[in-house]
Design a protein around this ligand. Structure first.
Ligand code: AMP
Length: 258
């Protein structure tokens, strides 16, 4: 595996699949790497903690980073190129052009500027790597919905592939931020996937999935609980606060995401 830090040094041969990440790699990222490996000649993973998508400075400074371990994981998953640019490489002095992603539901409203930062860095990465396909997780369903729309709206020649959420055995969605939870908070956090499961139950019985989820959060303060349309799918999505950490999760109610 080649580690590349500058745009100029990135030489791509063949049809590429791109997996954008912010590092602190886990099983969710591994599943995206595997899908990319199965479907493309060349697999490029990007490793970039994108300051532009953090709406809270403390979240950016606390974000877990371990490049050496990330490189080992990427290598294990047969990634060909790990693109790990500096902030200056991606946002040089004088940078002033942003991609306005438009409205993205409650997640966008809860995090002002977040999706603009995601949209801008993804368009940059698509232009730098020129992938045939790019891989994202259902865990960030609103992000995936925004990116599918962006690619349609701006006629970008990349296919957005969305892979199912990977969970720990107890049901908590794997996330880089989970390492910041104490043991007690980790247990409290389980109320989120459990509440979403209550929402699915209510939905299948003809009830209100949003109300059922809200009612089962076990005291975790929600930012929102909402339904998100993702092309041919509807997902039930929620964001909650657990101690100092904000966690998001969602489950499929109908349709499929591929
Ligand atoms: P991040 O490094 O957190 O920005 O995530 C990079 C990509 O991995 C995004 O497309 C996420 O949606 C995806 N991802 C994060 N957690 C999971 C998970 N538990 N299962 C599947 N994909 C995930």
């Amino acid at each position: 595996m080649k580690i590349v830090r500058t745009i100029a040094a990135l030489e791509l041969l063949g049809e590429a699949g791109l997996v954008p990440t912010m590092g602190a790699l886990h099983d969710g990222h591994r599943s995206l790497f595997r899908a990319a490996r199965a479907e493309n000649e060349v697999v490029v993973a990007s490793l970039f903690v994108n300051p532009a998508q953090f709406d809270v400075a403390a979240d950016l400074s606390a974000y877990p980073r371990d490049e050496q371990q990330d490189a080992e994981i990427a290598e294990e998953e047969a990634v060909d190129v790990l693109f790990a640019p500096s902030v200056e490489e991606m946002y040089p002095a004088g940078f002033a052009t942003w991609v306005d992603s438009g409205d993205v539901g409650a997640e966008g409203a809860a995090r002002p500027g977040h999706f603009r930062g995601v949209a801008t860095v993804c368009v940059k990465l698509f232009n730098i790597v020129q992938p045939r396909r790019a891989y994202f997780g259902q865990k960030d369903a609103q992000q995936a919905a925004m990116l599918r729309r962006l690619v349609r709206d701006l006629n970008l020649g990349v296919q957005i592939r969305v892979l199912p959420t990977v969970r720990d055995q107890d049901g908590l969605a794997v996330s880089s931020r989970n390492v910041l939870l104490s043991e007690g908070e980790r247990k409290e956090a389980l109320a989120l996937p459990r509440a979403l499961a209550r929402g699915v139950e209510a939905y299948t019985q003809g009830g209100d999935p949003v109300a059922a989820t809200r009612g089962a959060l076990n005291g975790l303060p929600p930012d929102y609980v909402e339904l998100v349309e993702l092309d041919a799918a509807t997902v039930l999505a929620a964001a909650v606060h657990v101690g100092p950490i904000r966690l998001i999760d969602n489950v499929l109610l109908k349709g499929n995401l591929s």
